[in-house]
Design a protein around this ligand. Structure first.
Ligand SMILES: Nc1nc2c(c(=O)[nH]1)N[C@H]1C(S)=C(S)[C@@H](COP(=O)(O)OP(=O)(O)OC[C@H]3O[C@@H](n4cnc5c(=O)[nH]c(N)nc54)[C@H](O)[C@@H]3O)O[C@H]1N2
Ligand SMILES: Nc1nc2c(c(=O)[nH]1)N[C@H]1C(S)=C(S)[C@@H](COP(=O)(O)OP(=O)(O)OC[C@H]3O[C@@H](n4cnc5c(=O)[nH]c(N)nc54)[C@H](O)[C@@H]3O)O[C@H]1N2
Ligand SMILES: [Mo]
Length: 770
């Protein structure tokens, strides 16, 4: 069977095979594994990797392989539910109908809009899932509120990297060139295999972060690529022969970047032609980098000076150099400077939009562009009321959301106005996912008068504050489009084809289509229920296809043509490298980058206009034994957190038996020497604590950690435990984010220290006993 063309086949044994591309739910970023969904009599039998997909070639992650368990999990909610507000925290949910839920919720929305203004409604959204496209639309053009909130302190995921790319590079997210956009893959004549890839603060094999197919690192290593891993831990890729590990002290990466840059300037080992032509502020940058001599930086970062020199020499002289930059850039108060320095380093290495280096995309396309256009549904005076927008222009220019920390302050103080209604879409932030200081959020959320939750299973967040629960469909249960980087850099795009229906679950786009048709029909024209019907499933199915056909118009195809095509790769449709030379990046069609100066801004005009230093600099983290010497005795260790595992996506999958078996308990990784010093042996329960809070984990004693540095799991709760208040499925027991301060962010409003706070650790008897 050729790839695409036939997207659904009935087999001789009566099973139906539907080709598809994965997104979420279950949780994952838009990595788009090509898969075959095998169903029989409308029931999911299994997921298989699709060998014909040229990028993923049959590979698929554990969470999708467990989709059958996830789909039919006893705790999955498959009908709309409601609960009296006075019963929040109690398991007193009752089933309701979509008709009733639509009627009541729309009445409530109109009430809050008319009584307090649409800005009194706030939508809370989580990460990277398909829902990310639709919760912006839900907020702006369905509910018509300016307040869309991603609650992670300092917006510390992806948003900073994207905004900095817009501000200093003038292009969408620069992604490692792994030939995903080229139909010929690694063999495509346009492609060059990178000599080295710098994998920096990212662990793409388990994470596949932001739509990057992490397994390509294995492919490339087989083709001869070597890896420079910049990570406090030795990761799987770092551990391979010939690869280099810079085991940096958490949160000191910006000093390291500046030292590498300084060495390159000193030796002249960099792409001078590119730098002279395309870097704005090159001389200022050289002067700033000179403030970071290698010996001083070796001391700050804990990385050997000779290793830093070796890496600077490789980056300066080997070609091509590929780059993968990850979450550690965002979860850092100094991360804005790190991202800026990273972009300059990649430019000095001649990697920008060149084969085997980094690819660039236009600022936004397709669904990504559409979701931003939804802002137009609000009058200007409403948009101006977006929480934190005026105080944090450095954040609110790049991001269409509220400033997260400011949102908690608003909920606590009712200033500048009170928030009355909440809508959780793909967010379970009381678990140690998005929020820092989750108990403060928990308390503040209780003030909301009406709360809707859109999710798949009963979560601690839904149990604590939900009044209505709308049940969601998995990717195998609805039609859709997966596109990497939400259109900011579309390496490829694939159709998700509906293969089955479970209960009355609906997808995020269907929720928008249904509520949009009622609340703002001029913006939501697609769904046309037959006269007298409020829920018309046939009309809804047509609406989804029409919506996607409209989206695909700019590519010259409709939904049916796209699903037959099976995969869209820009390389088959006129993709070009070095777009800055060809006038393909700027809105005015001139050569150059889409920044104010038309160049890559090592000296950022925008940073300067927002009161930030225009050049990158290093700043010691606020909560380290060095910056807080008075607390160094009490909290002598540093903990990072959140490195991903194959078997869960944040707080998701803790209830899926086969995945829980792989990773049964929250863990803290400790170096053997440090463990011995604290009387801890492998498998012991420990409490990690600091001046902000405490959380419990099982010790994993391992030499991948350096002495004095810990690494804790995030996203833990215990679905098997009592879900009612105050236990809430044990959500406070292993909640790493209790240790993370509120509002410890950079000057632009970005970056918080989820990946580096000072702490101490002690052995305890169990999760519950001292
Ligand atoms: N299976 C699975 N996949 C996921 C997720 C999940 O929960 N589970 N979450 C998704 C989400 S939302 C995201 S944002 C991505 C994130 O995925 P990635 O960008 O890969 O980030 P992490 O896995 O959090 O951390 C990457 C590495 O950073 C290292 N690190 C920690 N502190 C520092 C530091 O200060 N400096 C440096 N240089 N490195 C540091 C860690 O040791 C880790 O190896 O993953 C996505 N994919
Ligand atoms: N300490 C520490 N904390 C961290 C991190 C860290 O590294 N360290 N990482 C942070 C990062 S990068 C992020 S992005 C956040 C993630 O934070 P969140 O995105 O809030 O992650 P979850 O808690 O998994 O919540 C997502 C919820 O959405 C539901 N869901 C899944 N798919 C869909 C869908 O398609 N539609 C809808 N409507 N619902 C869906 C899931 O069942 C789940 O309940 O966590 C952050 N928290
Ligand atoms: Mo994230």
């Amino acid at each position: 069977m050729a790839y695409g063309k036939q997207w659904q086949t009935v087999m001789e044994d009566g099973t139906v095979v539907t080709r598809s591309n994965t997104w979420s739910p279950p949780g994952s970023h838009p990595v788009g594994y090509g898969v075959k969904v095998v169903t029989k009599d409308g029931e999911l039998v299994r997921i298989e990797g699709d060998d014909d997909n040229p990028i993923t070639t049959g590979r698929v992650n554990a969470m999708n392989l467990a989709l059958r368990e996830y789909t039919y999990a006893p705790s999955r909610i498959i009908h709309p539910m409601k609960r009296n507000p006075e019963d929040r925290g109690k398991d007193k949910w009752v089933q309701t109908t979509w008709d009733e839920a639509l009627d009541t919720i729309c009445d409530k929305v109109r009430y809050f809009q008319n009584t307090y203004g649409p800005e009194s409604i706030v939508v809370f959204g989580g990460t990277g899932r398909e829902a990310c496209i639709f919760y912006y639309a839900l907020t702006f053009s369905v509910l018509q509120s300016p307040n869309c909130c991603y609650t992670q302190s300092g917006w510390s995921c992806y948003g900073p990297r994207c905004s900095i790319s817009d501000y200093v590079l003038g292009a969408g997210y620069p992604e490692l060139d792994y030939a995903g956009h080229l139909p010929g893959s690694y063999q495509d004549p346009r492609y060059t295999v990178p000599k080295w890839i710098v994998v920096w603060g990212k662990e793409p094999l388990p994470s596949n972060g932001d739509g990057f197919f992490g397994h390509c690192l294995v492919d490339l290593m087989k083709l001869g690529t070597k890896i420079i891993s910049i990570d406090p831990r030795i990761t799987w890729v770092g551990a391979h022969d010939g690869n280099i590990n810079l085991q940096v002290r958490p949160q000191t990466d910006t000093a390291l970047a500046l030292a590498i840059m300084n060495l390159m300037f000193e030796t002249g080992e960099y792409d001078q032609e590119f730098a002279e032509k395309w870097i704005y502020g090159l001389d200022d940058m050289k002067a700033r980098a000179a403030e970071y001599p290698v010996d001083k930086v070796a001391e700050i970062t804990g990385v050997d000076a000779e290793d830093i020199k070796r890496v600077a020499h490789i980056i300066g002289t080997e070609r091509p150099i590929g780059w993968a930059w990850g979450l550690a850039f965002d979860q850092n108060k100094n991360g804005v400077q790190l991202s800026q320095a990273f972009i300059v380093l990649a430019a000095l290495a001649g990697s920008i939009d060149r084969p085997g280096g980094l690819t660039l995309g236009p600022p936004s396309a397709l669904l990504g562009k559409w979701r931003m256009e939804q802002r137009g549904a609000m009058a200007d005076d409403v948009w101006q009321k977006r929480i934190g927008a005026a105080a944090w222009p450095g954040l609110s220019t790049g991001m269409a959301t509220t400033q997260p920390d400011e949102t908690l302050n608003t909920m606590e103080t009712d200033q500048p106005y009170a928030l009355k209604m909440g809508w959780f879409n793909s967010s379970n932030f009381l678990t140690p996912t998005c929020s820092a200081q989750p108990k403060r959020w928990h308390k503040a959320l209780q003030k909301l008068e009406f709360v809707v939750v859109q999710d798949l299973t009963m979560t601690p967040t839904a149990m604590a504050v939900g009044d209505y629960f709308l049940p969601m469909a998995t990717w195998a249960e609805h039609n859709g489009i997966v596109l990497t980087h939400y259109g900011r850099n579309t390496v490829f795009m694939g159709p998700m084809n509906k293969a089955l229906q479970v209960g009355e679950c609906k997808s995020d786009v269907e929720i928008c289509l249904m509520f949009g048709q009622r609340l703002n029909p001029s913006w939501w024209p697609w769904y046309k229920p037959a006269d007298g019907k409020s829920l018309d499933l046939d009309a809804l199915a047509v609406a989804v296809e029409d919506f996607y056909s409209d989206q695909l118009k700019e590519l010259g195809m409709d939904w049916n043509q796209f699903r037959e095509e099976g995969l869209y790769q820009p390389g088959a449709h006129g993709f070009e490298y070095e777009k800055y030379e060809k006038g393909l990046l700027r809105f005015d069609g001139e050569p150059g980058f889409n920044t104010i100066t038309g160049q890559i801004e090592a000296y950022s005009i925008l940073y300067e206009s927002w009161g930030e230093d225009p050049l990158p600099y290093y700043e010691e983290p606020n909560y380290s034994p060095i910056s807080k010497p008075d607390f160094a005795g009490q909290y002598p260790l540093i903990t990072t957190s959140g490195s991903r595992r194959y078997s869960s996506f944040h707080s998701e999958h803790r209830h899926v038996p086969s995945l829980r078996q792989i990773d049964p308990w929250p863990w803290v990784q400790i170096n053997p020497e440090t463990a011995a010093e604290y009387g801890i042996t492998d498998g012991d329960w420990c409490e990690v604590y600091n001046m902000f809070g405490e959380a419990r984990f099982k010790a994993e004693v391992t030499p991948v950690m350096k002495p004095g540095i810990l690494n804790c799991a995030h996203g833990w709760w215990f679905p098997e435990q009592d879900g009612e208040e105050p236990n809430l499925f044990g959500v406070w027991k292993s909640n790493f984010n209790s240790l993370v301060p509120h509002f410890n962010v950079g000057k632009l409003g970005f970056g918080a220290p989820y990946k580096g706070v000072m702490c101490n650790v002690r052995r305890v008897r169990s999760l519950d006993q001292d």
